[in-house]
Design a protein around this ligand. Structure first.
Ligand SMILES: *Cc1c(COP(=O)(O)O)cnc(C)c1O
Length: 236
């Protein structure tokens, strides 16, 4: 903890979230399982994000390319940025050299473009496949029936490394939806795909991260519980 507490509420929130996550892991999963806590940064001032990094957060989750580009130069370099929002194919070029993972891959077209640009830039990009686990028409993500087809296609692409799955279970859904994600994650692991190292299940946000941990999440994405309610009216 930094001695100079610029954002006491954020420091307190982080401690509570870390305790809750560790307790949920111990209660449901056996004590030595480590859960990664990602700070979701949309609408949050870079100074506050940097404070969270000083407090020990290492993973930052970005939703919007434009907002990220306007803020990234202000970030503490210890923060590792992953992209978690809907990503248009024509915007991959803006983030390919800055992010360490793209969690929101939901089509072969997008996977192909990430692969093409990763190759061009001499790197391998870690990706997660986003699953539309609630089957909601308005949400991004691949349908669960199409998931393994896409996983096999993505695994053919040499400059991608498939690391696992991401999902946003619908607000208020039953725990069986979280459990379905665990089952898909375990099934994907057992496939032993090439160019894959299936170890990340990104599931759980401010309102449901303990439930997500109960059902196998390895990475929770926390925005409002950490930084407070988002103010979308404020200019970035
Ligand atoms: C905004 C967002 C989050 C964090 O939401 P909170 O409910 O504020 O924790 C997590 N994941 C994604 C993909 C998001 O867009």
């Amino acid at each position: 903890m930094p001695t100079q507490t610029r954002y006491p509420q954020t420091a307190e929130n982080l401690k509570r979230i870390a305790d809750n996550a560790a307790n949920a892991a111990a209660k449901y999963r056996g004590s030595d399982e480590k859960i990664d806590i990602m700070a979701v940064t949309k609408t949050v001032d870079p100074d506050k994000i940097n404070f969270a990094i000083e407090c020990g957060i290492t993973l930052l989750g970005e939703n919007r390319v434009q907002e990220y580009l306007s803020k990234k130069d202000s970030y503490d370099k210890r923060g590792q940025v992953q992209f978690i929002g809907h990503l248009q194919t024509n915007k991959v070029k803006y983030i390919i050299n800055d992010v360490t993972m793209i969690q929101s891959v939901d089509s072969l077209k997008l996977a192909g473009e990430i692969n093409r640009l990763a190759e061009k830039n001499g790197r391998v990009m870690d990706i997660l496949l986003e699953v539309n686990i609630g089957g909601e028409e308005t949400k991004s993500g691949v349908d669960k029936d199409q998931l393994f087809v896409l996983a096999e296609q993505a695994a053919e692409l040499k400059n991608l490394r498939l690391k696992g799955l991401m999902a946003i279970p619908p607000v208020g859904c039953g725990e069986e939806v979280f459990e379905q994600m665990r089952e898909l994650f375990e099934a994907l692991k057992s496939k032993k795909l090439a160019n894959a190292d299936i170890s990340v299940l990104s599931m759980g946000m401010s309102g449901d991260y303990e439930t997500a941990i109960k059902h196998g999440s390895t990475l929770v994405r926390i925005g409002s519980a950490l930084f407070g309610a988002r103010d979308y009216t404020k200019k970035q």
